[in-house]
Design a protein. Structure first.
Length: 400
């Protein structure tokens, strides 16, 4: 058995147990008709590896709960989980298999913006619906014909929030260091605009994220005399970068994305990460859906991506129930009807499907918050979680 097969087995086994413990059947009935085939495409390995397995497990738990309650209008749901390896080429190969071989009607959970950018054309060309947690502005600007929504705020909003936060921390001169990603320029330009509005300025340096040392780049940054350095990469290259910044004895502030300096990175590098500020979209803490995800992942503070993929699966299944059709086109036509169409407030797929079958209108609010989308598929609003690394621990500052 390969490592990937063992990982899939663990995911399926854990999620089945979670579903049985969390959800009681609400409308059990005989399951008839062809199964509904859906998929997750998450980073089980690579830079997104800390998140992908948990996301896939969360999605499977939702599907198991719906099947235990009778399926979607009597049809059983089958979920296939594939690994995009946090790599566009691997993501395309996996998506091609899901679309051509497995014949899924929706792919959910793509994480890295580069993977989503590569996979999205395959989805809209085949009329396969795509739900993503990727943030790059360019994704929803693609000609996706409505076959895409994302629960992650776009990088225009994220960049503005980071710039405003830098000003709040007293920064006026930011040096932005990042590998080339689909969101680098957008985040930087919006950070810079926010800083300049507050009387500050910013410079950008693109580095090679495969280099074992970034000390030359750090020395270039220090010549700018920054009072804050923004680290715009993923966890592996940010680990290299933050160590070199620490060795250079930089005395200013460090700001980054929460997935770049997460709990694992902070624990492994307590001195280098001490004092680093992070920001991330915040789940709907305290909501019923959030509590369900916390129970599924066995963590009182589940990551935002697992919360978002919980919402992906829930909305897709309710859209299928609403349209009485499991095609990607039917999901496209009905997902906003169940997520922002008014009606009874629901926070899980089982209750939502039950209400839809009974002829009620539903309005889904999930683990990531309200799931209201613009015409091009962007989430309309989002709260953010501000944290700081302290002595190897990630500590919450506020949610706003």
């Amino acid at each position: 058995m390969t490592i990937q097969q063992r990982r899939r087995t663990l995911i399926q086994g854990a999620s089945a147990l979670a579903a049985g413990a969390l959800f009681a059947p609400a409308f059990v009935r005989a399951q008839t008709g062809a199964p509904i085939k859906l998929a997750t495409l998450t980073p089980l390995t690579g830079a997104g590896g800390p998140y992908g397995p948990v996301m896939a497990n969360t999605a499977k738990a939702v599907v198991d709960a719906v099947n235990a309650a009778g399926g979607v209008r009597g049809r059983r749901v089958e979920l296939v989980s594939e690994d995009d390896q946090t790599n566009p080429e691997a993501g395309v190969r996996a998506a091609r298999k899901l679309i051509d071989v497995d014949k899924v009607s929706a792919i959910m959970g793509t994480w890295a913006s580069s993977v989503t950018t590569a996979v999205a054309p395959l989805c809209w060309e085949s009329k396969t619906f795509l739900c993503t947690v990727s943030g790059a502005d360019s994704i929803t600007q693609l000609p996706h014909q409505g076959f895409l929504v994302r629960t992650q705020p776009n990088t225009t909003l994220q960049g503005r929030k980071f710039g405003e936060y830098a000003l709040e921390l007293g920064a006026k001169r930011m040096f932005y260091m990042s590998p080339q990603t689909p969101f680098t320029q957008s985040v930087f330009s919006n950070i810079k605009a926010a800083l300049e509005k507050g009387g500050g300025t910013a410079e950008l340096l693109i580095y090679d994220d495969k280099k074992p040392s970034l000390r030359t780049e750090v020395d270039q940054a220090l010549r700018f005399r920054p009072d804050v350095i923004f680290m715009g990469g993923y966890a592996p290259d940010t680990t290299v970068l933050v160590k070199d910044i620490f060795r250079a004895n930089f005395r200013g502030k460090l700001l980054t994305l929460a997935y770049a300096v997460n709990q694992k990175v902070a624990e492994a590098n307590p001195e280098a990460t001490d004092g680093v500020y992070t920001m991330a979209p915040s789940p709907a803490e305290g909501s019923g859906a959030f509590k369900r995800v916390a129970e599924i992942v066995k963590n009182a503070n589940p990551d935002p991506y697992s919360c978002q993929v919980y919402d992906h699966v829930s909305m897709v299944l309710m859209a299928i129930a609403q349209g009485r059709d499991s095609s990607g086109a039917a999901i496209r036509e009905n997902i906003r009807k169940v997520s922002q169409g008014g009606g009874r407030a629901v926070d899980n797929a089982v209750d939502g499907i039950k209400a839809i079958v009974a002829g009620e209108k539903v309005d889904y609010n999930g683990a990531s918050g309200p799931c209201d989308f613009t015409d091009i598929g962007d989430i309309q609003d989002c709260r953010f979680r501000y944290e700081q690394a302290r002595k190897g621990k990630i500590e919450l500052i506020r949610v706003a």
